[in-house]
Design a protein around this ligand. Structure first.
Ligand SMILES: [Zn+2]
Length: 774
């Protein structure tokens, strides 16, 4: 660092020139307020982000009879829906979602599949490409009004319109019924958020049934009917209602479902009922059906059917799972005063992982999420193991991870299971209760949920291997080429996991830790959760509430992180050291002498050193200036200095002799996102200090700023973002002076080795098996 001495007056002038250094060639105002981009506030949605005085939403109550045909893997259903028009509008028709039509052979999704890399297609996919037998199209066999009259209806891909015989006025109610059936998809072959799994070893099926009945599409104040077709990514936009569902299955099946079981005496054994009662007060999960009992069930044959009756109130959807293979455990838990039964259902193939972790993870999720948002309001919370990797519905979710057949598992599988249970149970809050529009905005449920998942994981164990949430994990994605802003429709999102889960979760973490602080963030986030529980928020409602409740201007943050694909890369371009000129000639002249001596000699000067000099031959050529020492202090200079000191106050003399270091740090915004500056100043004496500067420092110039740091000790280095809290993508330019950041890279003999997840348990077991007995 080059040291410069300056007079205080000059110093002030210099500072102001930095403040007004706005470039005309790069006009940009990243702090421009967002109002002009957000929808105009109205009586439904206020400028503060809360539901307005005339907020409204529709309601649909369902009574459903459904039978699972285990012989043919079919669903046969009949529903009666009571639709309440709570909007101010008169409706001539209503729309229903027929999601299962996505599995029709000629569905919009099938027809718009882009070409696969044929060299990578496995053999079992070839059948689907050349001779697909399975057709999951829903057969609608009857649509009638309450009097039994047929209703005109039109199916358009995954949506069905029912034309109303008479217009449905505001506050009116329309009752109708639909009969339908369809062939369930083999989830392992056709994928999906629902489906069956066949177990060839014992010949049994396990069903996870969701999106299985015609559901009212949402009608709302923002999009009217939300009937954008279901293509597979954008999930569901739904209305709340009460459900009474009667599920008929083979009489040796066990059914897990949204809602509370209404007829335990008819479907459970006396022992199971006793164990459930006992589970209400246990400290750790107990078995309602043990593994031994489940294994016995696997070998049974049904002797008839049983009907399980469930009631789920104030839910936006309804799902269930059924199999004769289920092990079942349960633990009652009091969540902030609400009694909840946490339960897990899994085949023996899920053990030993599932009995150890699933129900514990459910309860942990309810505790943590309730603290940050609102008390879990439902009486049931279920996690089911089956073919679906991870999918959420009200009170019930489906989670995939299983150990190896020998019971061992990798760390990735273990933490994958705990994380997916936290995540899917967490979806009860977002979007099952804070009912955002999933078909439009994936980030509003996945992003917020992944953020809370990260907080819950931090409270599971020290150094939990969270995949998402830490700013440094998202930097590579934010640098990548093939990306779209977070504010992109669900079906058009590229790099889905990073865009809709990782980036928004990280953004919220950065807001909480770096921009707002935990107190302001947590209060505002809770406000949002409570304002919008059992209601339908839109992005602006979230943006506005977070700002309204915290008093922090966040428009620059929403704009940069949610509406652009800029990344974070701030560089320390230079650090300049200034010190006050003490005017003491003994100090200043000595310093000048030192600087002169340290100045490097040029090559010519060095080579000319030994050339004979004329004045050495003719000493008469020498005079006063040949021997004059320009750094020698004269008595007059000393006297002048004393006079100067005498004219100063004691305070002013203190500044002069205070030995202050003025560091001007020149910064460049390389990535585009403006962010707070976090400096770590490392001193010569081995100590260090952190200085935090809010992002508003960039408000006059979004690309280049300089920050003055005044210290009493000499600095050795200045480091930007020392705790990796801003997602800065290039760490090398965060150091002044520059440091080399070493990377260790792996070499592999073959390409596959790269992706192997080590199963340390299995390695350990093999080791102990090969050790000869002593
Ligand atoms: Zn999710």
């Amino acid at each position: 660092m080059l040291i410069r001495r300056f007079f205080t007056v000059a110093f002030i002038a210099m500072l102001s020139s930095f403040v007004f250094a706005q470039s005309k060639s790069k006009p940009s105002d990243k702090f421009r307020q967002l109002e002009e981009n957000l929808p105009t506030p109205n009586e439904q949605r206020t400028a503060s982000g809360a539901p307005g005085s005339r907020y409204w939403q529709q309601r649909a109550d369902y009574v459903i009879d459904v039978e699972l045909d285990d012989q043919n893997q079919r669903i046969i259903g009949k529903e009666t829906v009571t639709y309440k028009n709570q909007s101010p509008d008169t409706l001539n028709y209503i729309w229903l979602q027929i999601d299962q039509n996505i599995f029709a052979k000629d569905s919009l999704t099938q027809k718009t599949l882009t070409a696969p890399e044929l060299k990578d297609v496995p053999l079992n996919r070839i059948e689907q490409l050349v001779a697909r037998q399975y057709d999951g199209r829903v057969n609608i066999t009857s649509v009638r009004d309450a009097k039994g009259n047929n209703l005109k209806n039109t199916t358009n891909e995954t949506m069905m319109r029912i034309d109303l015989p008479t217009p449905l006025a505001p506050n009116g109610t329309f009752v109708f019924s639909v009969d339908w059936n369809y062939a369930i998809n083999d989830q392992r072959a056709y994928g999906g958020r629902t489906g069956y799994e066949f177990f060839p070893q014992d010949g049994n099926y396990l069903y996870e049934i969701a999106q299985w009945f015609p559901r009212l599409a949402a009608y709302n104040d923002v999009s009217g009917w939300q009937h954008k077709q279901y293509l597979g990514s954008g999930e569901f936009t739904l209305e709340f209602g009460d459900y009474l569902v009667r599920i008929t299955a083979p009489n040796d099946h066990v059914v897990a479902s949204t809602g509370v079981l209404q007829n335990p005496a008819q479907v459970l054994t006396r022992t199971q009922i006793q164990r459930l009662k006992q589970a209400e007060t246990v400290r750790e999960p107990i078995k309602i059906i043990t593994q031994a009992e489940a294994t016995t069930n696997e070998a049974s044959k049904p002797t008839g059917k049983k009907t399980w009756i469930f009631k789920g109130d104030n839910v936006r959807d309804f799902a269930f799972a059924t199999s004769r293979k289920f092990i079942w455990d349960a633990q009652g838990h009091n969540v902030e005063g609400n009694k909840v039964m946490a339960m897990s259902y899994y085949p023996k193939e899920g053990n030993p992982l599932w009995e150890q972790y699933s129900t514990q993870a459910i309860i942990h999720t309810l505790n943590v999420y309730s603290r940050y948002s609102f008390t879990y309001p439902y009486p049931i919370a279920i996690s089911v193991n089956g073919p679906v990797g991870g999918m959420e519905y009200p009170m019930i979710c489906f989670n995939g991870p299983r150990p190896q057949p020998d019971g061992t598992y990798s760390a990735a599988t273990k933490y994958g299971l705990i994380s997916v249970v936290i995540h899917e149970v967490g979806h009860n809050y977002f979007p099952m209760i804070v009912n955002s529009d999933e078909r439009q905005w994936t980030w509003m449920d996945e992003g917020l949920n992944t953020f809370l998942q990260y907080l819950a994981e931090a409270e599971w164990e020290k150094n939990y291997p969270s995949r998402r949430g830490e700013p440094q994990f998202i930097a590579d994605y934010m640098l990548s080429e093939n990306q779209v802003p977070i504010m992109t429709n669900s079906e058009s999102v590229l790099q889905f996991g990073n865009n809709a889960y990782g980036k928004p979760a990280t953004a919220l973490n950065v807001l909480r830790e770096t921009v707002m602080g935990r107190d302001l963030f947590d209060f505002a986030f809770k406000q949002y959760s409570q304002r919008w529980k059992f209601k339908r928020p839109m992005p602006a409602d979230f943006f506005r509430t977070m700002e309204d409740a915290s008093g922090v201007d966040l428009d620059w943050f929403w704009h940069g992180w949610f509406y652009t694909t800029d990344h974070v890369d701030i560089s320390i371009e230079n650090v300049r050291l200034f010190q006050i000129d003490t005017k003491n000639p003994d100090v200043e002249k000595e310093l000048l002498r030192k600087q002169a001596n340290e100045r490097p000699r040029t090559l010519s000067q060095e080579r000319n050193e030994n050339l004979p000099k004329r004045i050495d031959q003719y000493p008469s050529l020498r005079d006063f200036y040949n021997d004059y020492d320009q750094y020698r202090v004269t008595d007059i200079e000393r006297k002048d200095y004393q006079t100067f000191l005498g004219s100063l106050s004691e305070k002013e003399r203190g500044f002069l002799s205070g030995n202050y270091y003025f560091y001007i740090v020149d910064l460049k915004n390389v990535g585009g996102l403006v962010m707070p500056l976090i400096f770590k100043v490392e001193y010569m004496d081995g100590t260090s200090e952190q200085i935090r500067v809010p992002a508003e420092i960039w408000r006059y110039n979004n690309f280049d700023v300089s920050k003055l740091i005044v210290t009493r000790k000499e600095a050795k280095a200045i480091v930007l973002d020392p705790n990796l809290e801003t997602a800065d993508a290039d760490l090398v330019n965060n150091f002044f002076p520059r440091r080399t950041v070493p990377t260790r890279f792996q070499v592999f003999k073959t390409e596959q080795q790269n992706n192997l997840q080590p199963n340390l348990m299995q390695q350990q077991r093999r080791n102990s098996q090969t050790t000869p007995p002593r």
